[in-house]
Design a binder for this molecule. Structure first.
Ligand SMILES: [Zn+2]
Ligand SMILES: [Zn+2]
Length: 404
C-alpha cells in the first residue's frame, strides 16, 4: 500500500472534502411591524433592538405601507398600544436618541408625533458589512378564505393589496406576485416575496401554496403566538405544509420547491407577547445589501433558525449527500431529522417521511435514490428563550436538496 492509499484508508475521502464555513453568514429578520402600521414602537427603536441584539439586517415590513412620506400618530394612540407602564415607546425613543429627536405637532388640539421615515434614521445604524435595513412591506390581502399576507422584500414602492373577500385565494397570491414581478422589471431591483403564516385564521392550505408555483418562499416558522404553527386536528402544522406543498410541486408539477424562512412578525416591544428575537434567517450573501441578500436567498444559500446555528453546510451534488456541523452551546445536544417524500408516495404518512434521525453535532446523509427531495430539521435539547408555543425548543430548518 503506498502512502497515499494508506492515508485514504485512515481518513476516508468524505473527510478530505473542504467544508463550507457558514459561521460568518448574515443573520436577519424579514418581518416586523412598527407604529407605521399596527406595531407599538417607533421603527428606529425597533431597528435599534435588532442592531444591539446580534443581527446584521432587519426588514421593516408594515402592513401595506412603507416608512416614507408624512405619517402622524397621536400621543394618545401611541400610549394606548403600550402593554407595560413606564417603558413606553416615547420615553425609550427620547432616552436613546435625545429629547429633540421626536417631532411633535398639535393638530386640532391633539398632540401628534410625526413618525420618522426610513431615510431619516437609516444613517444612525447602517454600516457597510455590519448592518443593513431592508425596505419591505407585508402585502396584507384578503380572499375568500381569509388573510393572504405576503412579505415583499427589497421593494421600492408599495405593492397594492386586495381587500375584496370574494377573490379566490390563489388568484390573490398571483396578483401580488404579478405586481412584484412588474415592479422588479420596472426598477431593475431584485425583489422576492415570502408567503406568511399559512395557518393564521386557517386561511391558506398547502395545496394553494403548491399551486402558486411563482412563489418560492414561505414562513416555516413565524414567532407570532397566534399563527397556529403546529396546526390542529385535521390541519397540518407549518412543517407538514412545507412537505405537502413540495411533494406536489416536485412530484406532479415539475416546479421549483418552496424554501423556508423563519421570522419574528414582531408587533410589541415593551410588554405584550408578540415580541422580537424568536425566528430569523442566516444568509450566505457576498455583501450585506438588499440585492446580494436576496440573490443568495434565491439560490437557497440560507437557513431558517429559532436558536440553532451551523458551523458548516455542504451539499455534494455528485454523491447527493447533505453534510453539516452544528455550533454547540453549553450543555446542549442536538437531534436532526432528515425528512423528504419518495416518488409515487400518496399516503399522508409518506408525505414528509423521516428518512433518518441523527444525534450529535456532525450530520451527513445521502438523499435516498427514490426521494423527490431531502430536508433537515435540527432540534436542540434546550428550550427556546422566548417560546411562541408550548414546549418550544430551539431549532433550525435547512432548505430542501436533491430535487434538481
Ligand atoms: Zn401577517
Ligand atoms: Zn406581520
Amino acid at each position: 500500500m503506498n502512502r497515499y492509499l494508506l492515508f485514504l484508508a485512515v481518513f476516508p475521502l468524505t473527510l478530505l472534502k473542504a467544508e463550507t464555513d457558514v459561521s460568518d453568514w448574515f443573520r436577519g429578520n424579514t418581518h416586523t411591524h412598527s407604529l407605521w402600521s399596527d406595531g407599538n414602537d417607533f421603527p428606529e427603536n425597533i431597528v435599534d433592538w435588532y442592531h444591539l441584539n446580534g443581527y446584521h439586517f432587519v426588514a421593516l415590513s408594515d402592513h401595506d405601507i412603507l416608512a416614507e412620506g408624512e405619517k402622524m400618530m397621536s400621543v394618545d394612540k401611541i400610549k394606548s398600544r403600550q402593554r407595560a407602564i413606564g417603558h413606553g415607546a416615547i420615553p425609550k425613543c427620547e432616552a436613546r436618541f435625545g429629547k429633540d429627536w421626536i417631532q411633535r405637532k398639535t393638530v386640532d388640539g391633539k398632540e401628534m408625533i410625526v413618525l420618522k421615515t426610513l431615510e431619516e434614521f437609516r444613517g444612525e445604524f447602517e454600516e457597510p458589512g455590519k448592518f443593513y435595513i431592508m425596505t419591505a412591506e407585508e402585502v396584507s390581502n384578503n380572499s375568500t378564505t381569509g388573510p393572504v399576507h405576503i412579505n415583499a422584500l427589497n421593494v421600492e414602492t408599495v405593492i397594492p393589496s386586495n381587500k375584496d373577500k370574494t377573490v379566490d385565494t390563489r388568484e390573490v397570491m398571483r396578483r401580488t406576485l404579478r405586481a412584484v414581478a412588474e415592479q422588479a422589471e420596472k426598477t431593475g431591483k431584485t425583489i422576492i416575496t415570502h408567503l406568511n403564516h399559512p395557518n393564521f385564521q386557517w386561511a391558506i392550505k398547502a395545496e394553494d401554496i403548491a399551486a402558486v408555483t411563482e412563489e418560492h418562499f414561505f414562513e416555516v416558522y413565524n414567532g407570532h403566538p397566534g399563527i397556529n404553527h403546529l396546526g390542529k386536528e385535521g390541519v397540518p402544522g407549518d412543517e407538514k405544509i412545507w412537505d405537502i406543498a413540495n411533494t406536489i410541486r416536485l412530484g406532479e408539477l415539475d416546479a421549483h420547491p418552496l424554501f423556508g424562512v423563519a421570522t419574528d412578525d414582531s408587533h410589541t416591544y415593551h410588554g405584550g407577547d408578540v415580541s422580537p428575537g424568536r425566528g430569523w434567517i442566516m444568509v450566505g450573501a457576498e455583501k450585506l445589501d438588499g440585492d446580494s441578500l436576496i440573490n443568495a436567498m434565491k439560490k437557497g444559500d440560507f437557513y431558517a433558525s429559532s436558536g440553532v446555528y451551523l458551523k458548516s453546510l455542504d451539499y455534494d451534488k455528485a454523491s447527493r449527500t447533505l453534510s453539516f456541523k452544528i455550533k454547540p452551546g453549553y450543555g446542549e445536544s442536538f437531534t436532526t431529522q432528515l425528512i423528504g417524500t419518495r416518488k409515487g408516495a400518496t399516503k399522508d404518512v409518506e408525505i414528509g417521511e423521516i428518512f433518518g434521525t441523527i444525534k450529535g453535532q456532525t450530520v451527513s446523509f445521502t438523499v435516498p435514490d427514490d426521494a423527490l427531495y431531502l430536508r433537515a430539521t435540527i432540534t436542540s435539547s434546550k428550550p427556546h428563550h422566548n417560546p411562541s408555543f408550548k414546549d418550544q425548543k430551539k431549532q433550525a430548518w435547512l432548505q430542501p436538496v436533491g430535487w434538481r
